[in-house]
Design a binder for this molecule. Structure first.
Ligand code: TYD
Length: 214
């Protein structure tokens, strides 16, 4: 398995966190900053990083849809399997830096902890979906749930998962922090309350260290 786990020639970075934590903005800023230094960057996201993934995304996130926890989880994994095969692995093989707005740690937090499926079960199936690919570096943007949800409400258009109760989102925030303590080298927690520019600086420092370590 070990040979499958590395991300090949490129560097695989993922951004994670609760709704409204600012990771999509930070993913874009990071991509721009790395491109400015001459790196080739593939910026992508889950769910919905491929054509089939966009159909899965709509099945998953349309408000009012009835989706059980098992089907929800396996749809996220199906989306990921296609995303890895079609977008992520080919870009890493070319030597690109790949930045994904959400990846396996979202399933580990939302489905493993949030839906109670369990981390071991999620990890087992996720490893099949990804062919064993793990991120080299994951940034968790940490933010109090009330702030994240308030930001999301201001932006409008709450999706099916945004509409979960506050207690669910609290579980997810805690889950990301637990995951980070278990793998402190791969998962770095960044305080999402400091200004946007400062968050971007801290992320860039982690990424620069990861690039230097290759
Ligand atoms: P999205 O609109 O992409 O929001 P965000 O900006 O928060 O990423 O919504 C994606 C939703 O799907 C979000 O609530 C997190 C959830 N999700 C899971 O539950 N499991 C997963 O594996 C992934 C990738 C996302």
């Amino acid at each position: 398995m070990a040979s499958l786990v590395r991300s090949g020639r490129g560097l695989f970075i993922t951004l994670e966190g609760i709704e409204g934590c600012g990771k999509s903005t930070q993913a874009r800023l990071l991509a721009n900053r790395l491109r400015a230094t001459g790196r080739t960057v593939t910026l992508t996201s889950e769910p919905g990083g491929t054509r089939v993934g966009r159909a899965i995304r709509s099945a998953l996130l349309t408000p009012g849809r009835k989706v059980g926890p098992l089907a929800e989880w396996l749809l996220f994994e199906a989306d990921r399997a296609q995303h890895v095969a079609e977008v992520i692995r080919p870009a890493l093989e070319k030597g690109n830096v790949v930045i994904s707005d959400r990846f396996s740690d979202s399933s580990r937090a939302y489905q493993g902890f949030g839906r109670g499926i369990g981390l071991d079960e999620v990890d087992r199936v996720d490893a099949v979906a990804t062919g064993g690919l793990k991120s080299d570096l994951t940034i968790v943007l940490d933010l109090p749930v009330s702030e994240g949800l308030a930001r999301r409400r201001r932006a409008g258009g709450l999706n099916r998962l945004d509409r979960e109760r506050e207690r669910f989102h609290q579980k997810i925030r805690d889950a990301f922090l637990v995951l980070a303590t278990r793998e402190p080298d791969r998962i770095r927690v960044v305080d999402g309350r400091i200004g946007r520019g400062e968050v971007s600086e801290v992320i860039l420092r982690h990424v620069t260290a990861a690039l230097a370590g290759r």
